[in-house]
Design a protein around this ligand. Structure first.
Ligand SMILES: CC(C)(COP(=O)(O)OP(=O)(O)OC[C@H]1O[C@@H](n2cnc3c(N)ncnc32)[C@H](O)[C@@H]1OP(=O)(O)O)[C@@H](O)C(=O)NCCC(=O)NCCS
Length: 391
């Protein structure tokens, strides 16, 4: 989107370069799919000369973003105060599992730890089954998105204040934010049962798991369609306005005039029966046929799609959401495209950088070091691994 994003790596490289490798000696898809459009510099931050490189970058960059474990940046000698001293206009953006204060400030976290502690797991799954994580990376990518919003706000505020600021997002806080409607229901429980839920909520003090319930004012659920496969389902929202037409289509005038379903209140009360009728109807059609039938009467609905369905879909192609990139080591691979479309600055997805691919050019172009300085830093171990300690 116009930024020059420099991935600052230890000489051993980001750990994900080698995690879940599918091709020997090539950067993993884990790395290559999450690090496109960046340049890579490798610096040993525990080496005094390496620290000089980091400090020079802090002086030149608008934003420093880190997601080290708790206390790591302080141990390296760079608390927020030091960053400010080096460059008062610099924005320091930080992701932690639980943030810099609170009872869990010293704990590390990964995606599913955050989903467990942010309210996502306890509210996902079936009422009589274990808590479940969601497939979407709401802890990792979700927190990244929250941080990006914070960074953009800080960059804009800097145009008035001329000062940088510290932007922090805790993964658990980001998940709580994404679970906002569950906390809506948490407070509603104090006033009585949640009638739109398909599971009993009378007397509860915490929000239950509610399977595929819509979670909104309209009733919704996944209908099982013809085919019987794992993903042969169509998600449908029984919007208030479409009930008369939907009822006529599924059960004729009789269903349209059935007092058990006449109002949304009645449909909530009798939703078990309503879902049975809709599921019986759905069983005669594939999910795509049913989507077409329902779309004709304007029912909001969508088939459950697998990763294969999506990778091969016309939608993803037209929207440039599954794009091919070429990599010098792994060859061609696909990446998820850019979901944010800006009219004046379309984004081209460029392959992820090789480890330290841009070290020298960044040292010269961004830091302004001459070749003699770079060579002496190299000799002092600024860009290499520290020697292994004797056992
Ligand atoms: C993800 C996480 C659990 C990983 O923990 P970890 O593998 O122990 O890694 P840490 O970030 O704690 O530590 C990295 C170490 O590498 C060192 N390091 C990092 N970059 C370095 C560099 N360029 N040069 C030298 N050393 C470097 C750090 O100094 C630190 O060493 P220390 O423990 O001696 O201080 C932890 O970083 C974390 O909780 N991060 C915040 C939450 C988060 O982002 N989680 C999602 C991850 S998918």
């Amino acid at each position: 989107m116009g930024a020059d994003v420099i991935k600052f790596e230890p000489p051993t490289g980001d750990i994900t370069r080698s995690q879940l490798r599918d091709i020997p000696d090539a950067d993993s898809l884990y790395f290559t799919m999450l690090n496109c459009n960046k340049r890579s510099i490798t610096v040993n931050m525990k080496n005094p000369e390496g620290k000089k490189v980091f400090e020079e970058l802090v002086k030149k960059c608008d934003v420093v973003m880190e997601n080290f474990g708790p206390g790591v940046l302080d141990r390296l000698g760079y608390p927020w105060e030091k960053i400010q001293e080096l460059n008062p206009r610099c924005i320091l953006a930080s992701i932690k599992g639980f943030g810099s204060k609170g009872p869990f400030a010293n704990c590390k976290a990964y995606e599913n730890v955050a989903q467990a502690m942010g309210g996502a797991m306890s509210t996902t799954g079936l009422n009589d089954g274990p808590p479940l994580v969601t497939g979407a990376q709401i802890g990792d990518s979700g927190t990244g998105l929250h941080l990006a919003i914070g960074i953009l706000a800080a960059l804009y505020q800097r145009t008035h204040s001329n000062k940088g600021q510290f932007v922090e997002v805790a993964m658990v806080d980001g998940i709580m934010n994404l679970c906002r409607v569950k906390f809506r229901d948490h407070q509603r429980l104090a006033r009585g049962p949640l009638t739109e839920y398909s599971v009993p909520t009378e007397g509860l003090t915490e929000v239950p798991r509610a399977g595929n319930d819509s979670g909104g004012g309209q009733l919704g659920n996944a209908l099982k369609c013809k085919g019987g496969g794992l993903n042969d389902y169509l998600y449908i929202v029984v919007q208030e306005a479409i009930w008369p037409d939907l009822a006529k289509l599924v059960g004729g005038e009789e269903l349209a005039n059935d007092p058990r379903f006449a109002t949304i209140g009645e449909r909530r009360k009798n939703q078990k029966e309503m879902w049975k009728i809709l599921n019986d109807f759905a069983s005669k059609y594939t999910k795509w046929e049913l989507m077409e039938i329902f779309n004709k009467i304007d029912v909001p609905c969508g088939p459950v799609l697998s990763t294969k369905d999506l990778a091969e879909s016309e939608h993803a192609k037209v929207r440039e959401m599954w794009v091919e990139v070429d990599h010098p080591v792994r060859g061609k691979y696909f990446n998820v495209g850019m979901p944010i479309k800006l009219s004046d600055s379309p984004v081209e997805i460029k392959r992820s950088p090789l480890l330290g691919e841009h070290t020298e050019e960044i040292l010269r172009e961004v830091c302004g070091f001459d070749q003699a300085t770079i060579e002496s830093m190299k000799a002092a171990g600024a860009f290499s691994n520290p020697p292994k300690k004797a056992a």
